[in-house]
Write a protein that binds this ligand. Structure first.
Ligand code: NAP
Length: 210
């Protein structure tokens, strides 16, 4: 049975990954979920409370088989492009490097539809750059999931996202499959299945495949 590390386990997608992983007694033996806020305890869950800025890399819980990264923020929330880039680019790479050095073979990233290192959009460029830079680390198995707008449980109100979800749902029959709203649980399943399967090579899963 595999041990997996989930980064961003308190988020809309990460929470679903955590729920599925803890319910999966056949494939998942141990779950490590480093978070800033404590998670409800579970016998197979290790929940180190961390600030990414002060992670050393020598923590024993980095010894896992697979990693799922669902970290992310918004510029509105953190106040600047630099602070956004830290969470959406620097931290996913930090997690990837530490886990790889400790023996992880598989990494699955929650990215975004339209991610492109050459994009004029800062958001899409950052997503493309993190995809590209993770690829260079040399994981045996590397999966990128690129969802459109995510429907999931949130503690905060995101007006723009709520409007997009409403409009895309109302217009669903005429919206191309790639841009339709995707439930967080479906993204989580794709991330978990790929991370656990550990199929060698790089695989991109676009939103319409979810
Ligand atoms: N929302 C969408 O419609 C959409 C669409 C396409 C792609 N995406 C991408 O999908 C990914 C996951 O999205 P989501 O909606 O599940 O995100 P979310 O609900 O906002 O969750 C983000 C996760 O990242 C963690 N995080 C944020 N800043 C952190 C920091 N400074 N230090 C440590 N942890 C931090 C959060 O922890 P805390 O709980 O401690 O804040 C949370 O666990 C993101 O990369 C996002 O860009 C989102």
């Amino acid at each position: 049975m595999a041990s997996i590390l989930i980064a961003g386990a308190t988020g809309a997608v990460g929470r679903e990954v955590l729920r599925l992983a803890l319910a999966d007694e056949k494939r998942v033996g141990h779950v490590v979920a480093p978070t800033r806020r404590a998670l409800p305890p579970h016998p197979r869950l290790e929940n180190p409370l961390v600030e990414y800025e002060s992670i050393a890399g020598s923590e024993p819980w980095w010894h896992v088989d697979a990693v799922i990264c669902a970290l992310g923020t918004t510029i509105k929330k953190v106040g600047s492009q630099a602070a956004f880039r830290k969470v959406d680019h620097e931290y996913p790479l930090l997690v990837a490097r530490h886990a790889l050095l400790n023996g992880a073979r598989s990494y699955a990233l929650n990215s975004s539809v339209g991610a492109d290192a050459g994009s004029k959009s800062f958001y899409l460029r950052t997503k493309g750059e993190v995809e590209r830079d993770l690829d260079e680390l040399g994981y045996c198995s590397y999966t990128i999931v690129r969802p459109s707008v995510i429907w999931g449980e949130r503690q905060e109100v995101r007006l723009g996202e709520s409007v997009a979800i409403f409009a895309l749902t109302a217009l669903k029959p005429v919206v191309p499959r790639r841009y339709r709203v995707v439930p967080a649980a479906r993204i989580a399943k794709a991330l978990l299945d790929r991370a656990l399967a550990g199929v060698p090579g790089r695989k991109v899963i676009e939103s319409e495949e979810l």
